[in-house]
Design a binder for this molecule. Sequence first.
Ligand SMILES: Nc1nc2c(c(=O)[nH]1)N[C@H]1C(S)=C(S)[C@@H](COP(=O)(O)O)O[C@H]1N2
Ligand SMILES: [Mo]
Length: 168
Amino acid sequence: MSKMSVLAAIAALALVTAAAADTPQPIALEPINHAEAELIIVRSDGTKQSYTPAELETLATYRVRTTTPWRDEPADFDGVLLSDLLAQSGLHLEDAIKVIAENEFSTIMPRALWETVPVLIATRVDGRAHTRRERGPIQVVIDMDDYTASPIAGEKHLVWMVARIEAE
Ligand SMILES: Nc1nc2c(c(=O)[nH]1)N[C@H]1C(S)=C(S)[C@@H](COP(=O)(O)O)O[C@H]1N2
Ligand SMILES: [Mo]
């Protein structure tokens, strides 16, 4: 490798590292009172597992600071990774999942989405419980840089009032 290409490689690595270090950041969360909510996971064999926001937060928790299509100013979203939740409930190898909201909205997420983009299942915003008024209590959040860079991520994936995830 020439000296220039070594420098270029170091610069590229620094950029990648900076982007990766950006978000999601591991964060320890103190217990708080959440809005009453429940996320039900339905496996392909029909068995179910349900999580309140506090139960979701027993998985590894992360913070993503980002805007959303509904927020011009960035906010701190805390929650768990969709990939971790699917691994814990046994849906991570499905080709796709259907995410259904309390208002009956539903959308399909292909496995490539949660495998290539950190998809946060947010349970808190700016350190507080996430309310329905703010598009909680359980909201799918993707860092806007990752969202913009992904050929797969779309606005239809940014589901709020998430109620159910089913194997497709
Ligand atoms: N709970 C819920 N989340 C949702 C939707 C919805 O109807 N309900 N619509 C989705 C789609 S298809 C898009 S484009 C955006 C639209 O948000 P808006 O209706 O506030 O513009 O949110 C997504 N998340
Ligand atoms: Mo949409």
